[in-house]
Design a protein around this ligand. Structure first.
Ligand code: GDP
Ligand code: IMO
Ligand code: MG
Length: 421
């Protein structure tokens, strides 16, 4: 058996939560491998909407083990809030969820450092979700971090205090007011909640599941263009959001990767700062935001909107070896007369099909225009029902990327999903 992977191919919020929820019945294990509560994965079924931040999107299904893998960073307070909401809904969360001992903890002071360094950056800020992600991964790679397994150690409190003191020293360079005490009190209480879960050596659990022919789906957070190595640096998150992150975040060998499902919206969105070549700062962009309800699931911030960018999409497909594409939010384009797609960039008058290293230079997208379908697709459930114009758009993307589009999502509900072939 191999691990199949769900990845966002743009700047996050492609609809990973919805798609993982739809795919889960075919799997025994759903595992998050990177990121943390900067993620907001929305699921809709039975006329209810749920947003998950740390917990994998398979949690609502019976007989499925959900794993928070070792590449994830966890804020116990946010985690406890999620757990308590799931418990209210009657989800047997202690039975369905396990946490890797190697996953790192986000400390209250990581959040403060995130906020202080963003404030200090002023206009050049990343637009971080301020959940402490960057500072937590900095401590991980700096070999100072505290891991989930450490909470079981009698020396945990002492080690926590030592790291906190280091952070407080570091914070002296900033002119930034903060209060650690309130969040810290909650944080220490929430650690007790984390202890109620089965804490595992997830690399063994996952490799044993593979050896036992169990089907595993790895759930990515964020998107390829936010990847720490291949995204629009420095306007990125602090983890590997591309397929390689599955190996390092779960402890599986590259040869154990099976299908790589790449999710993209029928257009583009981005929250936070950084380059966005096809961004529309006009009425069309506003329409995309309104119709697509493009407001962050984690921070509520309005998402920037623009046309689909094939230069960026092909790059993401290349880096992760995507084997199947899933398009989401096709319904959002229902009322548009024309739909545009960037097929190349013009930089300093020169046309290119590659993402440039230097992202400060003005990039002018070269567009191909498609006729809109001007019909609602939200109630359609079969490929044969879909408008010719939408299928033309889809076939063009398949031809350009060289990858088949296997799922067409036409709404936020579970049922609004068309599986091809
Ligand atoms: P994720 O972070 O990739 O899981 O995506 P988010 O949940 O942050 O954002 C995607 C948003 O689009 C959510 O509000 C979903 O409910 C919604 N959504 C997902 N697929 C579709 C779709 O095909 N059509 C529409 N209209 N909304 C969708
Ligand atoms: P999901 O999993 C969209 C963005 C932030 C910011 C940058 C760095 O829901 O797709 P960070 O908090 O990681 O330091 O922020 O990355 N960002 C996301 N944008 N969806 C997400 O997750 C994101 N997680 C981080 O807006 O620009
Ligand atoms: Mg999201």
């Amino acid at each position: 058996m191999k691990v199949n992977v769900v990845l966002g191919l743009q700047w996050g919020d492609e609809g990973k939560g919805k798609i993982v929820d739809v795919l889960t019945p075919a799997y025994s294990v759903i595992a998050r491998f990177q990121g943390g509560p900067n993620a907001g994965h929305s699921l809709e079924f039975d006329d209810k909407k749920f947003v998950l931040h740390t917990i994998p999107s398979g949690i609502f299904h019976e007989k499925v083990t959900n794993i928070i893998g070792s590449g994830v960073v966890i804020d116990p307070v946010i985690f406890e809030e999620e757990v308590s909401q799931l418990k209210k809904l009657g989800v047997p969360v202690y039975e369905r969820l396990m946490i890797a001992k190697r996953a790192h903890l986000i400390l209250p002071t990581h959040r403060i450092i995130d906020a202080a360094s963003e404030a200090a950056k002023g206009k050049t800020k990343i637009g971080s979700t301020l959940k402490g992600i960057g500072p937590a991964y900095m401590d991980k790679t700096g070999r100072n971090g505290l891991r989930v397994g450490d909470i079981l150690s009698p020396a945990f409190k002492e080690r926590y205090e030592a790291l906190k003191q280091k952070h407080l020293e570091f914070l002296k360079q900033f002119d930034f007011e903060y209060n650690v005490a309130d969040y810290e009190k909650q944080w220490l209480q929430s650690i007790e909640e984390v202890k109620k879960f089965t804490l595992i050596e997830s690399e063994y659990v996952i490799n044993e599941a593979l050896a036992g022919s169990q089907k595993i789906l790895a759930e990515g957070a964020q998107g390829s263009l936010l990847d720490i190595d291949f995204g629009s640096y420095p306007f990125v998150t602090s983890s590997n959001t591309v397929c390689a992150g599955v190996c390092t975040g779960l402890g599986i060998a590259p040869g154990k990767i099976g299908n790589v499902f790449g999710i993209f919206k029928a257009y583009c969105t981005r929250v936070g700062s950084g380059p966005f070549p096809t961004e529309l700062n006009d009425d069309t962009g506003e329409r995309l935001r309104r119709i697509g309800h493009e407001f962050g699931a984690t921070t509520g911030r309005p998402r920037r909107t623009g046309w689909l960018d094939l230069v960026a999409l092909k790059y993401a497909v290349m880096i992760s070896g995507v084997t199947q594409l899933f398009i989401t939010k096709a319904d959002v384009l229902d009322t548009f007369d024309t739909v545009k797609v960037a097929v190349a960039y013009k930089i300093n008058g020169k046309e290119t099909q590659q993402l440039p290293f230097e992202t400060n230079e003005p990039i002018e997208p070269v567009y191909k225009e498609f006729k809109g379908w001007k019909r609602s697709v939200a109630a359609m459930r079969k490929e044969e029902e879909l408008p010719f114009e939408l299928m033309t758009y889809i076939r063009f993307i398949e031809k350009e990327t060289g990858v088949p589009i296997q799922i067409i999502s036409v709404g936020s509900h579970r049922e609004q999903t068309i599986l091809r072939n």
